[in-house]
Write a protein that binds this ligand. Structure first.
Ligand code: PAF
Length: 279
């Protein structure tokens, strides 16, 4: 496996290939990322993972400075998962000038939920993903369903800009208690770690209620948020939305319940897809 920092070297290495499979990451890798690498390896060769902590997608009060950077360990993990190249550009390589061109994703998808609580987040994500795609020029790219909204926003950007890349989705990988794997789990102290599976449990509760026939979305969302608050969480949202476009839910459509909440200083997100009981 080769580690490459420069865009020109990445392009030269991939020039003979037209079926590269790509997994973009911000490092601090866990089993969830490695499952995406394995999906990529089933769909194309060579497999490239990027490691780049993208300042553009962090707000002024976000955790850019303390975001965990574990480069050597990440490289070992990627090699053991079957990756062929790691693209790890420096900030000045990827953003050589102040970045003045940005990708503005569809507002209806990107300004709600995460976009509402982290203004500009998806502008930062789309801008870096497009730049990474331009450097790697993959045939397929794999994104995790844990960042469900990001997956939809990236798919929409690819369709809007007619980018020649297929976006594949990897299932969320969870700890035994249900906690979705996330780089940010590393911030949790012992007490918070014990409490953290509640987010997925509460979302599963909403999923089961809807599978059981409940359509009172507002009551389900409010009850789920109240349970989190009662256990010390600060809730940004619990929201039932249409799976295809995050629009307001309607019975008879495929739905997803998404949640974001803070435990102490750590903000966690999760979601559960809901198979409509009528289907
Ligand atoms: O999901 C992430 O880790 C990031 O948002 C991504 C896609 C690597 C862009 O920086």
């Amino acid at each position: 496996m080769k580690v490459i920092e420069r865009i020109a070297d990445m392009r030269a290495a991939l020039a003979p290939h037209d079926s590269a499979a790509f997994v973009p990451t911000m490092g601090n890798l866990h089993a969830g990322h490695l499952s995406l690498v394995r999906i990529a390896a089933e769909r194309g060769r060579p497999v490239i993972a990027s490691i780049f902590v993208n300042r553009l997608q962090f707000g002024p009060n976000d955790d850019f400075a303390r975001y965990p950077r574990t480069f050597e360990r990440d490289v070992e993990l990627l090699e053991s998962a079957g990756c062929d190249y790691v693209f790890a550009p420096t900030e000045s390589e990827l953003y050589p000038e102040p970045q003045v061109c940005f990708v503005h994703p569809r507002a209806a998808l990107a300004d709600t939920l995460e976009g509402q609580f982290r203004p500009g987040f998806f502008i930062g994500v789309c801008t870096v993903v497009l730049k990474l795609f331009n450097a790697v020029r993959p045939r397929v790219a794999v994104f995790g369903k844990k960042d469900y909204q990001q997956l939809l926003v990236v798919r929409d950007m690819v369709a809007q800009l007619a980018l020649p890349v297929d976006i594949l989705a990897g299932e969320t990988v969870r700890e035994a208690g249900g906690l979705a794997l996330s780089s940010r789990n590393a911030y949790l102290d012992e007490r918070e770690r014990a409490e953290s599976p509640r987010l997925s449990a509460v979302l599963s509760g909403v999923e089961q209620a809807i599978r059981g026939g409940s359509t009172d979305w507002a009551r389900l969302e409010a009850a789920a948020a109240a349970e989190l608050v009662a256990h010390g969480w600060q809730v940004d949202y619990v929201a039932v939305r249409r799976r295809a476009d995050l629009g307001e839910p309607r019975a008879g459509t495929a739905l997803v319940v998404l949640g974001a909440a803070r435990l102490g200083r750590t903000r966690l997100i999760d979601n559960r897809e809901i198979v409509d009981p009528a289907r």
